[in-house]
Design a protein around this ligand. Structure first.
Ligand SMILES: [Zn+2]
Length: 374
């Protein structure tokens, strides 16, 4: 394995909370202390920011030829967009996830993890919803899948009418049980009722994750007079994590702005990228970060939400850190003073004063310049 030095970087350490000029050195795929020894390659960052490799915690990259509807190749939104790791959020379930290594890990350079769906077919699955009936939710199958595959980081359930319908609450209970048995977090997708958000939030435990948190549909986290509903505030206070999951119809500037103003934190910024939103709406993780910056998150908070925090939520050893011995995946990016008109998933516009532009990534000690648009 090669060695690499990144010079002239503005290093953001999300764990220490520091931003300072410096050099990063990687040897045999691990971060090492900077020394005077020869290295195989040097990258001049040209003053760009360098942070632990970005992690997009909600994407759809299970590009199996038989189940390819709506899914992207991981490298298109990973390495090529300056992101080192993506997490597939339930595209496959117990009945399909064994095909993941063949069609994802073996063909892509981006590091890929997955939530296994409580619905056996995965998304989009079958008519009526992929987890809308008891026989579609294979609790023992999910547990055995997690036993077989160490890259499965949690269980996913989509608690909304289009995916689980009136069976939604039961599907969430089964998914929560699978998470409990395996000691993994549950990622809960919220959307249109049924089920009602209050009922599903009550089932979440510390360490679980709500995604599509800031969707603008009726019955979301904002209630009467735009106040954050108590069941959601209670969930956050007892240690449930808040994920963005931008998507095609699941991010509203209005809802996010209101929630931030009422003290709701954003723990992780994720794109929910799939074929239906990669050309418009979500576009890239960098674009999603630009939107959260425009809504008031600091640069450090924004970087933490795609590095150290998702690594901690998902227990990804060696990720999201710049300590010596970490895995040496690095994202390089600039914050460009070039106003950009951005839109949420409802088509509402906002002018971001600056935009985040990744310039490249280091994965396993190899530098890859960004090649895809952001
Ligand atoms: Zn999704």
């Amino acid at each position: 394995m090669t060695s690499l030095r990144i010079e002239n970087a503005n290093i953001i350490d999300p764990e220490r909370g520091t931003i300072a000029p410096g050099t990063i050195q990687i040897r045999a795929g691990k971060l090492t202390a900077v020394d005077e020894t020869e290295v195989d390659a040097t990258v001049d960052a040209g003053g760009a920011y360098a942070a632990p490799g970005f992690i997009d915690m909600h994407t759809h990259v299970f590009s199996h030829p038989l189940f390819s509807t709506n899914r992207l190749e991981a490298d298109r939104i990973g390495v090529r967009q300056g992101v080192t790791a993506v997490v597939d959020a339930g595209s496959s379930g117990a009945g399909t996830i064994d095909a993941f290594p063949q069609f994802v890990h073996d063909t892509q350079s981006t590091k890929v993890f997955a939530f296994v769906n409580i619905g056996s077919p995965g998304i989009p699955g079958i008519q009526g919803g992929h987890a809308s009936r008891p026989e579609l939710c294979d609790l023992p199958g999910v547990v055995r899948a997690i036993e077989r595959h160490d890259w499965i980081v949690g269980v996913k359930v989509l608690a909304s009418s289009s995916h689980t319908g009136s069976f939604g609450l039961e599907a969430v209970k089964l998914a929560r049980k699978a998470a409990e048995v395996t000691g993994k977090p549950l990622m809960l997708h919220i959307g249109n009722a049924p089920p009602i958000i209050d009922d599903v939030l009550a089932l979440l435990r510390p360490g679980d994750i709500v995604t599509h948190t800031f969707h603008g549909k009726v019955g979301g986290i904002l209630g009467f007079k735009n106040r954050v509903i108590e069941p959601f505030r209670d969930a956050v206070e007892r240690g449930v994590f808040v994920d963005v999951g931008h998507g095609r119809s699941s991010f509203s500037f209005r809802v996010c702005q209101e929630a931030l103003a009422q003290g709701i934190p954003v723990h992780s910024i994720s794109s929910d990228l799939h074929q239906g939103n990669v050309d418009r709406y979500a576009v890239s993780l960098a674009r999603t970060m630009t939107k959260l910056r425009a809504l008031g998150m600091s640069l450090l908070e924004t970087v933490q939400a795609v590095t150290s925090t998702p690594a901690r939520i998902l227990d990804l050893d060696g990720f999201g850190s710049l300590t010596v011995g970490s895995n040496g995946h690095i994202s390089l990016f600039e914050e460009v003073d070039d106003p950009l008109d951005v839109e949420d998933a409802e088509g509402n516009k906002l002018t971001a004063p600056q935009r985040i532009a990744t310039t490249g990534v280091v994965i396993d000690g190899i530098y890859h310049p960004r090649t895809a648009t952001l």
